[in-house]
Design a protein around this ligand. Structure first.
Ligand code: ADP
Length: 855
């Protein structure tokens, strides 16, 4: 290393402390990267790789301009990398030798503060995991932009944590270096997120107030790990951090990661976008804070009847007074992101425009409070008493901030006239001086008779008098002092002008400096209000989410559900909140769900595409909507409070874990069967499909029996194993229902309507006939069906062991082996189709194509 130039040596010393980050090394107007960083960054950012003489060798180098760096940093951070910003920390003019440099901030995926890198309607969480005792872990997570921190405990290993991290879209997790390799691998493999190590677990005394809600030292250390990492990476004030909120998981409905994805609560399975999710329909919020809170509510539906009903009451109140609600909505829409503004105030990166936004937001609060007073619903009225408009802060901002300040806080124009006497004096001097100059111009024009004479200003020469070349002969000799010659003009100065100039410039410089100081002082004063601002932000976000529920409920005709405590479900004409929005209006067919005390399981049969999974999902979505405090899509609903929801729906592979479909299916089933209680809701869609028929059917039946005998949860079970419908005779709490499709003028018409009883068995052949498959083939199918029916009758009546024979028969049929024993290509192709990924039209087209091949 000793042969490198001093600067490269400095680089290497700093880089050694930030091995896992790209080191952005400030050199003049650029951030440069060297060595491996340069090679990697040039690829990731698609910028040119060059090299620089490093003393003992040429060193690979690439760089990005300082002013455009945010975009490059964003690219790297969004790919999961960290970026260490290394600045010059002394004036190059005063430096002896190499300019001193230090890392001033480590930007990581979980600690991004820059507005342009964040989605304003989403939280950006950084999490930390701390093992406590055997199999018990603490999880804490923080959004640095809003200052909120949450914490909870998991007692059964990492699985629960993985689900939570996934649900929260956490991009970075802080762990102790001692975390087992197995756990590390688990996190990396399952979630593919950035892992960062932090072993410091003591909390500085001045931040102890953050842990007042935590019970014991172990928990405090768990938070301290997160805190220390933030502190170490951000290297600045963290006064906006809010006390840690402890989450007691027993107080919320549990929905695991699989179910959350299957139910498409916040994003769709296929496109992974918000559009098409429940959030998409319910998000009628008008503030970014409200949008973030809604997502959190969807994350944790409530279990407490009182809390749920308190939300419902407010929604009802909003629904009953539409005019007041609309006025309130208007007022809310003028409230900026108080939470993030408060964060930036403490972080030290607010400008005058931000504070102006704060002022405007506070200006809305008295109106919001008045409007709340106008509601008859007492819970809404009461909210207005709990709000504090922070009038002092408003007044302070109002008297200090200019109405239209520039972006920069260093170039003046930020503070209002009349706020500070000294500033006013400087401004007066400047204004006076400038007025004097305008008058001088006038005076000199008259004195010289040169109408085009003008006084200008530039940064190098200051104020000057300019006379065009053609007018110079008219200028009295010696009147001015020559300063600069241009192509077609001369520029002059006078001692008087220079004197005024220095007065103006001095006043200007002083006023800018003073304004900057005044602004920092103002920011400091605002900082004292951060806790109140955060409380206000919370109140406003809640109002926003609840008014949004009312808007959605009115727009989409949701009704207020009621709750029972005897496990009865009674939904009349329930609808799927998302499907009803994406199909033509009025087309959605409502379906009832009546599961009284004597019914725990619905066994749902019916052809593909008839609406089985839509029906199952809608029951779960209605339950979730009810428990987050929203109204629900149906004519009437009486519901129990579900403690957990489990689903096994669709054929989506677990992309995260890279597991096989069938394995995921079984994992999801296991999850449901081991954790569900009689107060849970289970949805199982076509379980057992991923294996051979008898295998699958046997599993499906065993699962149903197990739920019936041991779990007792309300369960919706759809299946294409028609044989299972016989279970109705043996299992008293199981009921057959089916979704029917009918033939109309030679076409299949899906009624999407649920009926009691089992579906017609030979439905598939029927459809094949409608699709005009060769008659010979249809006849053969009928014959086979009858053979199997007979075979299965024989086996059940005699209970003989002729399963082998059936299997053979079955396999022969299902694989449709041709005489040569080789599988027919059409059958092969059929097997490969993923019907769940096809639209009905695609399916018909495919069928047509296959049929053509057979003809
Ligand atoms: P299955 O699970 O029986 O294969 P789906 O539930 O996936 O069927 O429904 C297939 C399609 O039918 C849906 O995408 C939707 O467009 C339509 N659909 C389902 N249920 C209804 C309904 N109740 N009313 C109107 N259309 C429906």
């Amino acid at each position: 290393m000793s042969n490198f130039t001093p600067m490269i040596q400095q680089y290497l010393t700093i880089k050694a402390q930030y091995k896992d980050a790209f080191l952005f090394f400030r050199l003049g107007d650029f951030y440069e990267m060297f060595f491996d960083d340069a090679i990697k960054a040039s690829k990731e950012l698609e910028i040119t790789l060059t090299s620089r003489d490093g003393g003992q060798e040429r060193v690979p180098m690439c760089g990005v301009p300082y002013h455009a760096s945010e975009n490059y940093i964003k690219q790297l951070v969004s790919k999961g990398y960290k970026v260490a910003i290394c600045e010059q920390v002394e004036d190059p003019k005063e430096a002896k030798g190499v300019v001193k440099r230090e890392v001033v901030q480590l930007i990581t995926p979980g600690t991004v503060m820059e507005g342009s890198m964040l989605d304003e309607r989403e939280n950006n969480f950084l999490a930390a995991i701390s093992p406590l005792e055997q199999e018990t872990y603490l999880l804490s997570y923080n959004d640095l932009t809003t200052g909120e921190t949450w914490m909870m405990k998991y007692e059964n290993g990492m699985e629960g944590i993985i689900h939570e991290l996934f649900n929260l879209s956490v991009k970075e997790v802080v762990i102790p270096s001692t975390l087992s390799d197995e756990d590390k691998l688990f996190l990396e493999k399952r979630l593919g997120i950035t892992l960062s190590v932090e072993d410091q677990i003591d909390l500085p005394e001045e931040y102890r107030y953050l842990v007042k809600n935590l019970e014991n030292e172990g928990y405090i250390q768990g938070f301290a790990r997160l805190f220390q990492y933030i502190h170490r990476t951000q290297k600045r004030n963290l006064d906006h951090l809010q006390p840690v909120s402890w989450i007691n998981q027993e107080q919320y409905m549990q929905i695991d990661m699989y179910s959350r994805r299957n139910l498409e609560l916040v994003e769709t399975l296929r496109k992974q976008g918000k559009k098409g999710s429940l959030l998409w329909v319910l998000d009628q919020t008008v503030t970014a804070m409200g949008a973030r809170l809604l997502k959190k509510w969807l994350e944790r539906p409530l279990l407490s009847l009182d809390e749920i009903e308190s939300r419902h009451k407010k929604v009802q109140g909003f629904l009953e007074q539409m005019f007041q609600r609309e006025a309130l909505r208007d007022a809310l829409s003028n409230v900026y992101d108080l939470e993030r503004l408060a964060g930036r105030v403490s972080y030290g990166n607010v400008n005058a425009r931000d504070l102006l936004q704060l002022k405007k937001s506070l200006g809305q609060v008295p109106m919001i409070m008045d409007l709340l007073q106008e509601f008859s619903e007492t819970e809404l009225k009461r909210l207005s008493y709990t709000m504090d408009p922070l009038s002092d802060l408003y007044a302070l901002l109002d008297e200090s901030l200019h109405e239209d300040p520039p972006l920069s806080i260093k170039e003046g124009g930020v503070m209002k006239d009349g706020y500070n006497q000294v500033l006013d004096d400087y401004r007066y001097a400047m204004k006076n001086g400038k007025k004097w100059i305008v008058e001088l111009e006038q005076k000199e024009r008259i004195a010289t008779g040169i109408k085009s004479l003008k006084i200008g200003f530039n940064k190098v020469f200051g104020y000057y008098i300019e006379v065009t070349k053609s007018n110079i002969p008219n200028l009295p000799e010696g009147r001015y002092e020559r300063k600069q010659t241009l192509a077609n003009a001369e520029r002059y100065i006078t001692p008087e002008l220079k004197e005024k100039e220095s007065l103006i410039l001095e006043a200007e410089e002083k006023s800018m400096g003073l304004e900057y100081d005044l602004f920092l002082e103002l920011r400091q004063k605002v900082k004292e209000y951060i806790p109140q601002l955060q409380l206000l932000a919370e109140q406003i976000s809640q109002l926003d989410v609840l008014q949004g529920f009312a808007v959605a409920s009115e727009r989409y005709q949701y009704i207020r559900p009621s709750f029972t405590n005897d496990r009865k479900v009674n939904i009349s004409e329930g609808r799927h909140p998302v499907v009803e929005q994406v199909i033509e209006s009025g087309e959605f067919v409502g379906n009832d769900t009546v599961m009284d005390n004597g019914t725990d399981i619905f066994l749902i049969t019916g052809p593909n595409m008839s609406g089985k999974s839509t029906y199952m999902r809608q029951v779960a979505l209605i339950a979730i909507m009810a428990q987050i405090g929203c109204f629900v899509p149906c004519k009437s609903a009486e519901l129990p409070i579900f403690d957990q929801i489990f689903t096994r729906i669709g054929a989506a592979d677990d992309l995260v874990a890279g597991q096989s479909t069938f394995m995921v299916e079984m994992l999801e089933a296991k999850n449901a069967l081991t954790n569900a209680t009689e107060n849970s809701l289970i949805l199982l869609d076509e379980i057992g499909r991923g294996t051979s028929t008898y295998d699958g059917m046997a599993l499906a039946q065993a699962i149903i029996e197990y739920i019936h005998e041991h779990v007792h949860a309300k369960t919706l079970f759809s299946t294409h194993y028609h044989e299972l419908t016989d279970l109705e005779q043996q299992l008293s709490k199981l009921k057959n229902v089916h979704v029917r499709a009918e033939e109309y003028e030679g076409r299949v018409v899906f009624l999407h309507k649920l009926f009691d009883g089992a579906a017609d068995e030979s439905y598939g052949i029927h459809v094949a006939k409608l699709a005009q498959l060769p008659e010979l083939l249809i006849d053969r199918a009928h014959t086979l069906l009858h053979q199997w029916e007979k075979a299965s009758l024989r086996s059940t009546s005699k209970e003989t062991n002729n399963r082998e024979e059936q299997l053979e028969l079955f396999e022969e049929a299902t694989t449709k082996k041709s005489n040569s024993g080789k599988e027919h290509p059409v059958v092969k192709e059929l097997k490969k189709l993923n019907l769940l990924d096809m639209t009905p039209l695609d399916a018909i087209n495919k069928l047509y194509e296959l049929q053509k091949k057979l003809k």
